[in-house]
Design a protein around this ligand. Structure first.
Ligand SMILES: NC(=O)c1ccc[n+]([C@@H]2O[C@H](COP(=O)([O-])OP(=O)(O)OC[C@H]3O[C@@H](n4cnc5c(N)ncnc54)[C@H](O)[C@@H]3O)[C@@H](O)[C@H]2O)c1
Length: 304
């Protein structure tokens, strides 16, 4: 088993480090920039060496080296810069994702792929269609990151241990994300027993806005996305069957077909083993429908 991370920038390096720290397997970092993946691999190995992890990181500029990988993380692409519209970002990254996905189809067709490049849901769809893989084998990481932010605000509002928090965030990774306070609990007790309606609205709004805040302050989000990727790979590599949000291909679930969007799923050795359908109330359904419409619109602009 080898984990390949394509795109050795900020998030790619963080994902590789997190996989190594959990000793999931050896990690290959790939990038088009000469020297960058090799340098990241050296730096990561030095930390892993001191921590006693026997996972080894390698760097390469040769796509052929991903042959035999069980997991491929597709995180090549640019982040949104000031003045760039969502459509500008989509066009630039669609070209990169299409190119990288065709390399995955050539050298690692049987791998399970986690897409990270934004805009996440359309890029996951593009990767799935380009690779031509089974729908259970290509998924996007977005909801796990949104969930980590949602949980941190739940902790702030309630003061209970982060370890006791169970929560869920679904829909589009972007403007129409849907943090589900109604499906969140503390030690199995509904979150709404601990907080007021106003606090719930506040947590909901803060979760939706915080990505832009981090990007404005430090230019990118790095640690939490890298950790989220490692959690998804761990659930598959150890067949843990965690129920986590992923951008998955819908085939009638939630009344939606032929589109990738964030939904709760059982993630195990088979990839997306089951999509869990929640009974949404009218407000939640409204946000989810907007997310579907937004992703559907973006898909029209993809080079399929
Ligand atoms: N889904 C999420 O939750 C989430 C979270 C954070 C970032 N992102 C997205 O992840 C992407 C990467 O973010 P970052 O901060 O790591 O950016 P970055 O600029 O630090 O790194 C991107 C890397 O991709 C490489 N690259 C570009 N084209 C390539 C190709 N064809 N083959 C191989 N490598 C290639 C670049 O050389 C660069 O090293 C962005 O699109 C960003 O918006 C998504």
């Amino acid at each position: 088993m080898t984990i390949t991370v394509i795109g050795s920038g900020k998030v790619g390096a963080s994902a590789a480090l997190n996989c190594g720290l959990r000793e999931l397997d050896d990690v290959l970092l790939l990038d088009i920039v000469q020297g960058l993946p090799q340098g990241e691999a050296m730096d990561i190995n030095h930390q892993l060496s001191e921590r006693g992890s026997d996972s080894v990181a390698r760097g390469s500029n040769n796509y052929e080296d991903m042959r035999g990988s069980d997991y491929v993380v597709l995180v090549a692409g640019v982040g949104r810069k000031p003045g760039m519209t969502r459509m500008d970002l989509l066009k630039i990254n669609a070209g990169i994702v299409k190119d990288v996905a065709s390399k995955i189809a050539t050298y690692a067709k049987d791998a399970t792929v986690i897409v990270v490049t934004n805009p996440l849901d359309p890029m996951t769809y593009l990767a799935l269609k380009t690779i031509g893989a089974q729908k259970s084998k290509v998924m996007g990481m977005g909801g796990m990151l949104d969930l980590s932010r949602f949980k941190s605000y739940i902790q702030e509002a309630t003061g209970v241990s982060r370890d006791s928090i169970q929560a869920m965030v679904i829909s589009e990774h972007g403007e129409n994300m849907l943090p589900l306070t109604r499906f969140s609990s503390l030690g199995g007790i509904p979150l709404h027993d601990f907080i007021t309606k106003e606090q719930a609205t506040d947590i909901f709004e803060k979760t939706k806005k915080v990505a832009a805040e981090v990007i404005a302050l430090k230019g990118a989000t790095v640690y939490a996305p890298g950790n989220a990727v490692a959690t998804m790979i761990e659930s598959m590599a150890k067949d843990k069957k965690m129920v986590i949000p992923v951008s998955a291909y819908l085939d009638g679930q939630y009344g939606v077909s032929d589109l990738c969007i964030g939904v709760p799923a059982v993630i195990g050795a088979g990839g997306v083993e089951k999509i869990v359908e929640l009974k949404l109330d009218s407000f939640e359904q409204g946000v989810f429908d907007k997310g579907v419409a937004s992703v559907r619109e973006a898909i029209k602009a993809l080079p399929l």
